[in-house]
Design a protein around this ligand. Structure first.
Ligand SMILES: Cc1cc2nc3c(=O)[nH]c(=O)nc-3n(C[C@H](O)[C@H](O)[C@H](O)COP(=O)(O)O)c2cc1C
Length: 301
């Protein structure tokens, strides 16, 4: 039987599927449902230092091949309790996704999240939907490195830095965060931003006007980003962007991902997507004569 075990920054996963941040990761109950539905790991929605409402509705609109969203980094008042609840009961590693408005604040939120003992901390420097911050940290190599250092100084938990595809050279950012001490990289956050205009009201549909694109439409961009990052750094990569099937996951791993995030795919295939993708990976491995994922990860280079 093919072996689906993998690891990210020393954390062992039973299989490479990971619930991506922002999808079902708001409450511990939902994270536990995903954890019990064969996900290899689950990620919280990005948590900020204090309660924040995010943008007004509508915040999501379906488009061909995916979603456009501008949730606006909402944080519930009990986000840390939900994280703690998930960590205490989850059968699989829990990844705490964090964000901050300043470099120092990233460090503070990392320290607060660490008290809940997640397996990994994911630093979201890549949200395209919040003006004046979000965008800035992930699109400049120097700032991305400063955020990474600020987080590393506040925690002993391995740190994943989540990159944006909306930069001219993602390899340069990857190299900078690796040099600053990142233990892993996840890529990609949403692409864009994009816009949808309602023809009757003649206005952008999203309250924020623009939003980040996710889903199958962005998969080739995600695969290219992961491929470039793998060429540039030694640390492991969680490949995210448009994965909805086992073959998509295999492609992401061939590009260089040690694990594969699934977000929008949950909308298409339901919560059973983690189990289904694992079965499809196994079928592919049996057909092609692969025994374990090491033979696949990075094979596209
Ligand atoms: C509704 C929605 C909310 C999201 N919220 C977050 C978030 O809070 N933090 C984050 O790092 N990424 C967030 N993302 C980005 C996803 O984690 C993922 O990087 C992206 O959607 C691409 O993967 P996918 O095509 O599998 O959805 C969000 C995506 C969607 C669709």
């Amino acid at each position: 039987m093919p072996n689906l075990k993998t690891s990210v920054a020393g954390v062992e996963l039973e299989n490479p599927t990971v619930l991506a941040s922002g999808i079902l990761g708001v409450t511990s109950a939902l994270m536990l449902r995903v954890a019990h539905s064969d996900a290899g790991a689950v990620t919280t929605k990005s948590i900020g230092i204090e309660k924040r409402n995010g943008h007004e509705n509508p915040v999501i609109v379906e488009v061909e091949g995916g979603l456009l969203n501008a949730v606006g980094l909402s944080t519930s008042a009990n986000a840390f309790e939900e994280l703690r609840g998930a960590v205490e009961k989850s059968p699989v590693p829990v990844i705490a996704s964090i964000w901050g408005k300043t470099i120092e604040e990233f460090g503070e939120v990392a320290a607060m999240a660490s008290e809940c003992s997640p397996a990994l901390i994911e630093v979201n420097i890549s949200c395209p939907n919040v003006k004046h911050f979000g965008k800035v940290f992930g699109s400049d190599a120097k700032t991305a490195a400063q955020v990474t250092k600020a987080v590393k100084a506040e925690t002993k938990i391995p740190v994943i830095v989540k990159l944006t595809p909306n930069v001219p050279d993602i390899g340069e950012i990857a190299k900078a965060v690796e040099a600053a001490g990142a233990d892993a990289i996840s890529a990609i956050n949403t692409l864009g931003p994009g816009m949808v205009i309602d023809l009757k009201s003649k206005k952008p549909v999203l309250s924020n006007k623009t939003g980040g694109l996710s889903g199958p439409a962005i998969r080739p961009v995600a695969v290219r980003c992961v491929w470039e990052i793998y060429e540039t750094v030694e640390i492991p990569i969680i490949g995210i962007g448009g994965v909805t099937s086992g073959k998509d996951a295999i492609e992401m791993m061939m590009a260089g991902a040690s694990a594969v995030g699934i977000g929008t795919g949950v909308m298409y295939r339901g919560i059973g997507i983690f189990e289904d993708v694992c079965e499809e990976i196994k079928t592919f491995m049996l057909e092609e004569g692969y025994q374990n994922l090491k033979e696949i990860i990075g094979a596209g280079h």
